[in-house]
Design a protein around this ligand. Structure first.
Ligand code: ACM
Ligand code: ZN
Length: 735
């Protein structure tokens, strides 16, 4: 054997600094995630013809076969043979001695052979994926000369995952497998399979057939049903497919909340007894497993017993997020459980519930993983925390000595639009939160991107996951010390060719335009900023015809602006609509006395009106506060009308204010009320609505005060009963 693996020496590479030495001709490999080091030499590298021999040592037949499958889809025929050394013109795969946990590999391309070496099977698989990426770009159907290079590579984080929610929208088995393969291509090693939720139970459980007979189907609102589930056979096939690619499938069985589909099938496991239907709306729902009922635990243990038979993963996700305690507060059985076990509140009861499940999983040799809410009321021993509510939870989990997976809504939620999380934002994600020592940081195992599918049926997933997952894979694998987004995006632009060849229908990297407003002589000046020189910006105001944008627009009345793009003659599948409203208070001074949410910090004097997408950046949100805003118009001004725009979307805990009062002042000290406005929409109205709380007047004033009174906590009938509600305001309009 010509290549001996000095595993300990070679795999110390992570201690060196990252390097990339360019090939003399300037030719470069574009690999995502970026390998730890690539060194090019001026010799000829390996030549790839339309036939290849793959030689593998030891028991690597499965890995060699996988490579042969990839080669075939690239257009290269191959044969696989066992052997101990490379032969001229062959690809040689070798696994030496090293810990299985090592995911490092080394790849050498030279004239006579291409060699992939690794201390473990998982490392070798990563090398195979690197080779696949190289061929996806370089191989064009006839013999292809690769540069001579040596890659030494290994990951920064051991946990590199993606969640796919198959409950809100069901995803075909073949689609799921395709995603697992795409994860493997980018060296992501955990497929977090969200299998149960309020809107559908997706995993066959033989002991409880109603879970899939009833729980897997919901009304489609048109007289039919929507849903589906994975049989034991389906799951075995998916798990085996993932294992062949070095991907661990981590199943998520939600408890004690997000359980309405299960309770639709077995209502006796709830506090109230039901009946329930599989939920057809999105949100958080109050029907959860009864914590006082022993049959809840027996049911979940039986379910998990079948889950453990199907999933070899050491880690089992039990959800634990978003558990309204409303039913538990009122349930005699839950109250008795709390009393019997001296549990001081419902959070402690949740901790008790999850603690029992944790002990069950541990007794079977598995480890429990749960969303950060499992910390409420005390974290179960040995549990792994997946933080999503923000970095603080990750810090707390680590400080308590628990391994943590970081997937914050700020960077890792791929169901969010590009205005919240674009490619650059993902690339800026650092899974290690501030405030941890080096030693503590070791407990941060890695991160995940989460693809929730409330608004994402299967055919839209590619455009939401790609290209953002490219940034996530690099954050988790390469952990660039100095992140240079510009260099990364250059590599991404070269990489699209590979995605094209794989048929990935990727979306945009960012919103291609920003709409900048300002006040100009009583009008609203609008500038459309685009930084992509390849795009032609088109716009339409109201019912006017579409035209090419060349210069700023000046609006003197409320209008709707639609922006679209072309690349050459091709219209891009993306448009933006913005309602714009000039008024007298544009960009004036404003004071507020409430806590504005960091996530919903829209400007209320920018002339940009909010849409029904409450994350569109135009809305200003506050949770648990009344609103009081004061605007200084700069001088005494004639006022004809005052209005404040609010949103109601009670599924998202956003309600219209109970009342809105307008006051005026000449000196900013003494205010007099000019009237109070109410809404006709009750809080129970489930429709998304916006309303102008408006008042006509004919007064002169310099200062205007608007006071909006929140309804307070979500009411008893609401699924988040008792939680603080939100007020959402988009604009304070003075006319
Ligand atoms: C979550 O997004 N509810 C974990
Ligand atoms: Zn109960």
């Amino acid at each position: 054997m010509r290549f001996i693996l000095y595993s300990t020496i070679f795999f110390l590479i992570t201690l060196c600094s990252c390097k990339e030495v360019f090939f003399r001709s300037g030719r470069k490999l574009y690999i995502i995630p970026q390998p730890f080091s690539i060194e090019y030499s001026s010799d000829n590298g390996f030549r790839v013809g339309n036939r290849l021999k793959i030689i593998y040592n030891g028991k690597l037949e499965q890995e060699a076969t996988l490579l042969a499958i990839y080669l075939k889809t690239t257009g290269i025929e191959s044969e696989t043979v066992q052997g101990n050394a490379a032969e001229e013109g062959s690809v040689f795969l070798s696994v030496g001695i090293g810990p299985d946990s090592s995911e490092a590999y080394k790849m050498v391309s030279r004239e006579k052979e291409l060699i992939i070496l690794a201390p473990s099977r998982n490392g070798l698989l990563h090398g195979i994926q690197t080779f696949r990426q190289i061929l996806l770009r370089e191989y064009k159907g006839s013999a292809t000369q690769l540069p001579a290079f040596e890659i030494n590579d290994s990951p920064q984080f051991q946990w590199r995952g993606m969640l796919l929610d198959c409950c809100r929208h069901f995803m075909d088995k073949e689609f799921v497998k395709r995603y697992i393969d795409l994860l493997a291509l980018h060296k992501m090693n955990r497929f977090h399979w969200h299998l149960t939720d309020d809107q559908g139970w997706r995993i066959e459980i033989k002991k409880y057939p109603l879970l899939t007979q009833k729980g897997a189907w919901r009304s489609d609102g048109k007289g039919g049903r929507y849903g589906g589930f994975y049989s034991h056979e389906d799951i075995k096939e998916v798990v085996a497919y993932a294992a062949e690619r070095g991907v661990t499938v981590v199943p998520e069985i939600e408890l004690p909340g997000h359980a309405q589909a299960a309770l639709a099938a077995y209502p006796q496991l709830s506090c109230s007894g039901g009946p329930f239907q599989v939920e057809t709306e999105w949100g958080v729902f109050k029907e959860i497993y009864c914590a006082g009922n022993d049959s809840s635990y027996a049911f979940l243990e039986n379910v998990l017993t079948e889950v453990l038979e199907l999933f070899p993963s050491k880690y089992i996700h039990i959800g634990g997020d978003e558990v309204p305690k409303f039913r538990w507060e009122k349930c005699p059985k839950c109250r008795k459980r709390m009393k019997d076990h001296s549990l001081k509140d419902e959070h402690a009861l949740q901790s008790y519930f999850i603690g029992r499940i944790n002990r069950f999983l541990q007794s079977k040799g598995r480890l429990m993983l749960g969303w950060d809410e499992i910390m409420q009321g005390g974290l179960a021993e040995g549990a792994i925390v997946q933080s999503w509510n923000g970095f603080d939870w990750a810090v707390e989990a680590v400080k308590q000595g628990h391994p943590t997976i970081v997937s914050p809504t700020s960077h890792a939620y791929f169901d969010y639009g590009l205005n919240d999380i674009d490619l650059q934002k993902v690339y800026e994600f650092n899974p290690i939160p501030k405030g941890l020592s080096k030693k503590q940081a070791k407990l941060v195992w890695g991160g995940e991107c989460n693809m929730w599918t409330e608004r994402a049926p299967q055919e839209t997933i590619d455009s939401k996951v790609f290209p953002r997952i490219l940034a996530m894979s690099e954050v988790l694998w390469s952990a660039p010390k100095k992140r240079d987004f510009k260099i990364f995006s250059e590599r991404v632009s070269k990489y699209y060719e590979c995605l094209d060849r794989l048929g990935v229908k990727y979306g945009l990297e960012r919103i291609p335009v920003s709409i900048q407003t300002s006040a100009e002589n009583g009008k609203l000046k609008v500038i459309l900023n685009t930084d992509d020189k390849n795009l032609i910006t088109l716009y339409r105001l109201g019912k006017d015809s579409l035209q090419v944008y060349r210069q700023q627009l000046l609006l003197s009345k409320k209008d709707s602006l639609k922006v679209q793009f072309k690349r050459g003659n091709v219209t891009i599948d993306f448009s933006l609509t913005q309602i714009l409203q000039p008024h007298l208070a544009l960009y004036n001074k404003v004071w507020t006395n409430y806590k504005i949410s960091e996530s919903y910090a829209g400007n209320i004097l920018d002339g940009k009106r909010g849409s029904f997408n409450f994350k569109d950046g135009c809305w200003q949100g506050t949770q648990g506060y009344d609103i009081e805003s004061i605007v200084d118009l700069g001088k005494m001004t004639d006022i004809g009308k005052l209005s404040a725009g609010f949103l109601q979307y009670n599924n998202a805990w956003i309600f219209f204010p109970k009342q809105v009062e307008f006051l005026i002042s000449t000196d900013g000290k003494k205010y007099s009320s000019i009237g109070t406005v109410y809404t006709k929409t009750g809080p129970k109205d489930k429709e998304q609505k916006s309303q102008e709380f408006e008042l006509k007047t004919n007064k002169k004033a310099r200062y205007i005060k608007m006071k909006a009174v929140s309804i307070g906590e979500c009411p008893d009938w609401h699924d988040a009963a008792g939680s603080k509600s939100w007020l959402f305001l988009d604009e304070l309009v003075v006319e």
